[in-house]
Design a protein around this ligand. Structure first.
Ligand SMILES: [Zn+2]
Ligand SMILES: [Zn+2]
Length: 269
């Protein structure tokens, strides 16, 4: 009974943490968007409302398993999360971060491809693609079935791959920042990152935007490894302001965001 209450309390606390983290991160990048590209989200209020509601529902789905595992770590010695800096060599710290990101990326790539099968797309993934174009608030806008596929990743990995709690915090930060910025509608990273050598292997908004434009390509999360290996990588896309049409009608001409014009956006496949 007491254990049950403690587990429920931990699950609730983690749900609140994930929800507040989402609101702070998406809110901060939405503010940055308003500052850098005023009007980019004009006319998207109803869509943003949906994105926030789906994302807050996802917060509970992410929070419950994470809260249960966190309780077990703290009270029962579950998981391979360690506190002692000397438990593994220091070089293992960055390696563990990479291992977690690569494992998450692999899981995401293959479940994401499954989500694009007609049955799963209609059942679940259509919720995420209802954001056209996505905004900074779409980071966790997933149907509960899809949110569940994401929610199990870290709670399983912490039983398989040792990681220091601080390295796990880095993983969570990367997850949060990339989840938000990849949907923001503009590229926050300098050009040398997403167009240079790093960009050949890393996924930023310019890459994921193309997935939202063309659907059947660019399925990855952090790395382009699986997309390249499986022939689903179409390279980085281009951004266009959603309000460009109305601006043209106003006689203002097409507005180009961040110097890019999404002239080659493909049709949904
Ligand atoms: Zn997306
Ligand atoms: Zn998709």
């Amino acid at each position: 009974m007491i254990v049950g209450l403690a587990l429920a309390g931990s699950a609730l606390a983690m749900t609140l943490i994930v929800g507040v983290r989402y609101v702070l991160a998406s809110g901060a990048f939405a503010l940055a968007t308003r500052w850098r590209h005023p009007g980019l989200y004009a006319g998207l209020d109803a869509q943003i409302g949906r994105e926030v509601r789906w994302s807050l529902a996802s917060a509970a789905i992410y929070g419950v398993p994470a809260g249960i595992v966190a309780w077990g770590w703290d009270n029962r010695g579950w998981t391979l999360i360690y506190r002692d800096w000397g438990a593994y060599p220091l070089w293992y710290l960055p390696l563990s971060v990479l291992l977690y990101l690569f494992a998450h990326d692999t899981w995401f790539y293959w479940t994401h491809r499954l989500m694009h099968r007609p049955y799963w797309f209609r059942l679940a993934h259509a919720v995420h693609h209802a954001s056209r174009p996505p905004t900074a608030w779409a980071a966790m806008a997933f149907h509960p079935i899809e949110a569940l596929t994401g929610a199990v990743v870290l709670p399983v990995l912490v039983f398989l791959i040792p990681i220091h709690w601080a390295a796990l915090s880095v993983v969570l930060t990367v997850m949060t920042v990339m989840g938000v910025t990849n949907h923001m509608g503009w590229e926050i990273f300098p050009q040398f990152i997403w167009q240079g050598r790093l960009g050949a292997g890393l996924i930023t908004a310019s890459h994921h935007q193309r997935h939202h434009d063309e659907y059947r390509c660019n399925y990855g999360l952090y790395f382009r490894f699986w997309d390249r290996l499986c022939g689903t990588d179409r390279g980085v896309g281009r951004f266009k302001a959603p309000a460009a049409q109305s601006l043209m009608a106003d006689g203002g001409g097409p507005r180009v965001v961040a110097g890019l014009d999404r002239g080659d956006a493909g049709k949904p496949a």
